[in-house]
Design a protein around this ligand. Structure first.
Ligand code: ASP
Ligand code: MG
Length: 406
């Protein structure tokens, strides 16, 4: 008998028929003798709809109230599943975040879990209840309802699995696992049997949308094996696990891309101590996340400085850039929001050379110009023109031997 946490995403609970399907899957595992905790998202589209409602009233609804509002989506699905399970003759109980003792800080809209006092869940499990927990929500030390950031029920699931020392955390979703590339643009993409936490972390931040990044951080920290799989088939999905678990080390595990980037270049910036701080302090102050930064070599006491920001923040970052440029007597600020990032990720890169050169020559052979490059121990990313990014993904997928063979 195992303790299994099963999380179902928005499309898996999109209507009553789908919630019944969830109930059947849960019961199957329960009837095999397992203890089962279910974490649910809101029905697909509901969270967006609730935010829209609030925004019809004001552009800036108070974050505390927005959390109270958004949390109702998960309250609905959790109660509905409990009702269905009970109507099928099973002992089941739904718990909201605060009832499951999911304690968070008070950063409304993006709260972090501080701890989970899983006593109530444990008692219910001891009495052979199926416990259904509303994902995405918790409460702060004052008892206010908080939410964990969009996609946050993944994090609820992994954190609860960690707190209960569950044997596995299964994330049921509308894709059947983690792929070597987005199957929508790369028809040769393959489903991965296994992937390490580190690779998944990189890939999630590089554009793979399967898991909320924070849930992977949690899984890594507490070593919770995560099984990403489809709600609509019995097939095994992808196991996200620690590296020690005897994995074959692929040099490159996946090719990801991200289209929502923009590039800003400050021309002829004085090459003096303190200048980079002058540029990036106000940008950070505006809450803008800078990704890559490249400074060119000095020419006549001046240098060009290029960086990338999320495309949504492009206009704002350009405004800040222009005003700083005046202050530090930089010559000009130019921007380009038609760029995208393509990355290759793999733990095997740590002790293999030649990955970068292969990536660059592959892009060259497709006549794709590289605008910026950045690397980590297990990843290489290139910024290219947005219109080339899908071709870049396909070419790299083939070049690194990831194409499925059939
Ligand atoms: N319902 C929330 C959202 O749409 C949380 C989740 O689905 O994970 O972001
Ligand atoms: Mg999700």
């Amino acid at each position: 008998m195992a303790l299994i946490v099963k999380k179902f995403g928005g499309t898996s609970v999109g209507n009553l028929a789908k919630i019944r399907n969830v109930a059947n899957r849960v019961i199957k595992s329960y009837d095999q003798g397992n203890n089962v905790v279910v974490i649910l998202s809101a029905m697909a589209g509901v969270t967006d709809g609730l935010i829209k409602l609030a925004k019809q009233i004001t552009d800036t609804p108070q974050k505390r109230e927005l959390d109270a509002l958004m949390a109702t989506g998960e309250q609905t699905t959790a109660a509905l599943l409990a009702i269905i399970l009970q109507s099928m003759g099973y002992k089941a109980q739904s718990l909201l975040g605060f009832q499951a003792e999911v304690r968070t800080d008070c950063a409304f809209g993006n709260a972090r879990i501080i701890d989970i006092g899983a006593n109530r869940i444990k008692t219910l499990l001891e009495n052979r209840y199926i416990v259904v927990v509303a994902g995405f929500q918790g409460s702060d030390l004052e008892g206010n309802i908080t939410t964990l950031g969009r996609g946050g029920s993944d994090t609820s699931a992994v954190a609860i699995a960690a707190a209960l020392k569950a044997d596995c955390c299964e994330i049921y979703t509308d894709v059947d696992g983690v792929y070597t590339a987005d199957p929508n643009i790369c028809k040769h993409a393959r489903k991965l049997e296994k992937i390490t936490f580190d690779e998944m972390l990189e890939m999630a931040s590089l554009g793979a949308k399967v898991l909320q990044i924070r849930s992977v951080e949690f899984a890594k920290k507490y070593d919770v094996p995560v099984h990403v799989r489809s709600s609509f088939s019995e097939e095994e999905g992808t196991m996200v696990i620690s590296e020690e678990n005897g994995m074959e080390r692929l040099i490159v595990t996946g090719v990801t891309y991200k289209k929502d980037e923009a590039r800003i270049t400050m021309k002829k910036v004085p090459d003096q101590p303190g200048i980079a701080a002058k540029i990036f302090t106000p940008i950070a102050g505006a809450g803008i996340n800078v990704d890559m930064i490249i400074q060119n070599t000095r020419q006549g006491g001046q240098t060009d400085l290029t960086f990338t920001v999320p495309r949504d923040d492009f206009k704002h970052a350009m405004e800040i850039g222009r005003s700083v440029a005046k202050e530090i007597s930089a010559e000009d600020v130019i921007g380009d929001d038609g760029i995208a990032k393509v990355s290759v990720t793999g733990v095997g890169m740590k002790n293999h050379s030649g990955v970068a050169s292969k990536m660059f020559s592959t892009l060259a052979s497709e006549n794709i110009n590289i605008l910026l490059i950045s690397t980590s121990e297990i990843r290489i990313s290139c910024i290219v023109a947005e219109k080339h990014v899908e071709l870049a993904v396909r070419a790299l997928h083939t070049a690194f031997g990831l194409d499925k063979t059939e």
